[in-house]
Write a protein that binds this ligand. Structure first.
Ligand SMILES: Cc1cc2nc3c(=O)[nH]c(=O)nc-3n(C[C@H](O)[C@H](O)[C@H](O)COP(=O)(O)O)c2cc1C
Length: 386
């Protein structure tokens, strides 16, 4: 069974003074989070807590939202196979990411300044939740508060995600700041050469400025730049936004330690393939020379198991992280991860699998989706309440 992890050490004295309100709020939220028995209740709470424009900016995608929906449709187009009469009374759900053990093959993907709009603690709440549960978290250049403040809030090293906002002197400065603050790897997001057209935000007049800077620097990024960044920092390099075998091969040739399959959760190139559709060709192209991560549409334990079966070492959560934060802050994220762990254990147990190492593509089969794709189609109770 999943252990109950609390996000605040037992017996930690209550703070007084200006932080009192925040603490009251987090205690309240911990109590609230403990009451969630399912992930769908978390999503229902998030929908209730978020304004229409915040819900849209978190849950929507670019243009026609075809990529956004394909992430879900592609996951729903896979069925799991099951074997029976296997002793599944004990099970190992752990995975590793660049040498660090995760309790389940799930990490927190980089999310920008949405976090602070959903919760005043912003990225600090997310970092603390990830540390309390024991998993990895990417901290975005666009997240607030700044990377040093987030690093000071937890004792566990994290992964820094870079957006390029200015010239090499600026990049050098921020990467060396991240290294000095203890981040253990750098992640370059490569699928945002242009900021996409997020029409929900445009129609809602919701202009979320993901920081200042000149967008031409991000647009002019090339393979030479990532080689330079790795040499500069001496840190492991994660390339996020890889979606073809060709780029996966180039990523490895240019020194990527991790190839991170992603279409930005359907928020960048529209009419792309679903993430899990491109995962097999990337895994084949990488051929064990780097670790392969994936994100896009993961909302349940069954999704996680499908991605691991097709070769992902671990999967990232974007929207689900945002929903859990909006539902109950730091404690909401911890609870969501606990529930995901329960779902993964139940799924593996019913498949007759006792360790993630047993999973391979033979555990999945093509299948007809049973419902139209939507970002929340995995939550029938939520859908029924809309
Ligand atoms: C509100 C929001 C903000 C995001 N901000 C960033 C970011 O700052 N940097 C980045 O690399 N990806 C960002 N992403 C993309 C996520 O890291 C991730 O690739 C994506 O959300 C995964 O798909 P999912 O939302 O379906 O889980 C963001 C996603 C969302 C939903």
């Amino acid at each position: 069974m999943a252990k109950t992890r609390t996000s605040r050490p037992a017996g930690k004295p209550a703070q007084t003074g200006k932080h009192m309100l925040d603490l009251d709020r987090s205690v309240h939220r911990e109590g609230l989070a403990a009451g969630f028995r399912t992930i769908q209740e978390i999503v229902i709470a998030a929908r209730r807590n978020l304004s229409q424009s915040l819900w849209d900016t978190l849950s929507g995608g670019s243009d026609s939202e075809t990529t956004l929906l394909r992430n879900r449709q592609a996951l729903d187009s896979l069925a799991l196979r099951q074997r029976v009469l296997v002793d599944v009374s004990s099970m190992d759900t752990s995975a590793t990411l660049l040498g660090v053990k995760l309790p389940i093959p799930v990490f927190i993907a980089p999310v920008g300044n949405f976090l602070q709009l959903a919760d005043p603690q912003g990225a600090v709440a997310v970092a603390r939740a990830a540390a309390a549960y024991g998993t990895e978290v990417f901290i975005s250049t666009a997240a607030k508060p700044d990377l040093e403040t987030v690093a000071k809030a937890v004792s566990r090293p994290m992964l820094f995600q870079l957006y390029v906002r200015s010239d090499r002197a600026w990049v050098k400065d921020i990467l060396l700041r991240a290294r000095a603050a203890g981040y253990r790897a750098i992640c370059v997001t490569a699928d945002r050469a242009y900021y996409s057209r997020r029409e929900r935000d445009l129609i809602n007049n919701f202009i979320l400025r993901e920081g200042s800077g000149d967008p031409r620097y991000q647009a002019s990024l090339t393979w030479d730049d990532v080689v330079w960044m790795k040499q500069l920092t001496g840190l492991p390099l994660i390339l996020k936004g890889i979606a073809t075998a060709e780029d996966a091969r180039l990523a490895v040739e240019h020194g990527a330690d991790v190839v991170y399959v992603s279409n930005h959760g359907g928020r960048q190139l529209d009419h792309a393939q679903g993430s899990i559709e491109v995962l097999p060709e990337v895994v084949e192209a990488v051929d064990g020379r780097a670790e392969v991560l994936m994100d896009g549409g993961i909302t349940r334990g069954t999704d996680v198991v499908k991605a691991v079966a097709l070769g992902a070492r671990a999967v990232g959560l974007g929207k689900l992280q945002g929903w859990a934060l909006a539902a109950a802050g730091e404690a909401g994220i911890v609870r969501m991860l606990e529930l995901l762990e329960i779902e993964i254990r139940t799924t593996l147990g019913l498949m007759g699998v006792t360790s993630l190492a047993e999973l391979n593509p033979s555990w999945v089969r093509p299948a007809q989706p049973v419902m139209p794709a939507s970002v929340t189609n995995n939550y029938p109770y939520f859908e029924g309440r809309r």
